[in-house]
Design a protein. Structure first.
Length: 270
């Protein structure tokens, strides 16, 4: 995987927030930034990009350089469906950044289910941001949702790397429901799961301070609350309760839509 961040843009204010997050991420990683717009032709045989699309990506690139002048920025207008375009871009990227909502109409890049579909099929982690998110501040911890799933295991590595880059505390959260007959056993199981999840990772990231938080409640509510003070929330694409045939779990989707900070969705690709 190359040192490359890709951001999808559509001209909406939300996608400009995504550009800010992507430029900041590229600066932290010493990576290049590629600004991409998927141009859906009005007619199937009309494959010449709309001239306005060139203006759109140029303005987004200028905005990125305002945020991070040291980052090398390139642009591309690619004819095709947004999910397929960005999925192809993800093969060479370390991270794809998109807004959780975009503009409406046939040319809207990130309308409706596009971020969900992208997160479910991307070959690299996907960051989603909303317009009100803080994207460049370093306040608050990096929060990791832990569930013991294969995707969640991949998310642990991503979370440690992000916490190290940001010099932030890493809060590993696991939501658990008390057993009326044996509440102590349920909590002990949650604590053991968290311990197993981070075991060995502290050796490769010794400077990262980790706090384990076995929180009582449903995963959705627990992670939403944990996202309030956080600068970033990281979760696996599918949890242990995932339904066969579904590529993105309900908790992941809820975080993309409602979390109080940017969200990184991590999918196991091997």
């Amino acid at each position: 995987m190359g040192h490359l961040i890709v951001v999808g843009v559509d001209g909406s204010s939300t996608s400009l927030t995504a550009v800010e997050a992507a430029a900041t991420a590229a600066a932290r990683r010493g990576a290049a930034l590629r600004v991409v717009h998927a141009d859906v032709p009005v007619k199937p045989r009309l494959v010449v990009p709309d001239p306005a699309s060139r203006t759109l990506v140029h303005e987004a690139a200028v905005h990125a350089l305002d945020v991070a002048p040291e980052v090398a920025v390139t642009t591309a207008v690619v004819t095709g469906d947004a999910v397929h375009v960005l999925e192809a871009e993800s093969r060479a990227a370390d991270l794809i950044v998109v807004g959780s909502r975009g503009v409406g109409g046939i040319r809207g890049l990130l309308l409706g289910s596009t971020p969900v579909s992208l997160a479910a099929h991307s070959h690299c982690p996907v960051m989603t941001v909303r317009e009100g998110h803080r994207t460049s501040g370093d306040a608050g911890p990096v929060v990791l949702g832990v569930d013991g799933s294969p995707d969640g295991d991949e998310a642990v590595d991503v979370a440690f790397a992000e916490a190290a880059r940001r010099q932030a505390e890493l809060v590993a959260v696991h939501a658990w429901q008390p057993d009326e007959d044996s509440p102590g056993i349920a909590r002990e199981s949650a604590e053991q799961l968290l311990a197993r999840a981070i075991a060995g990772r502290t050796d490769s990231c010794p400077d990262v301070t980790v706090r384990r938080d076995p929180a009582v409640g449903r995963a959705r509510e627990v992670l939403l609350e944990a996202s309030e003070p956080a600068q970033l929330l990281i979760v696996g694409a599918r949890g242990r309760g995932g339904v066969a045939g579904l590529f993105l779990g309900s908790v992941s989707q809820a975080m993309m839509t409602h979390a109080h900070c940017p969200v990184v969705i991590v999918r196991r690709t091997t």
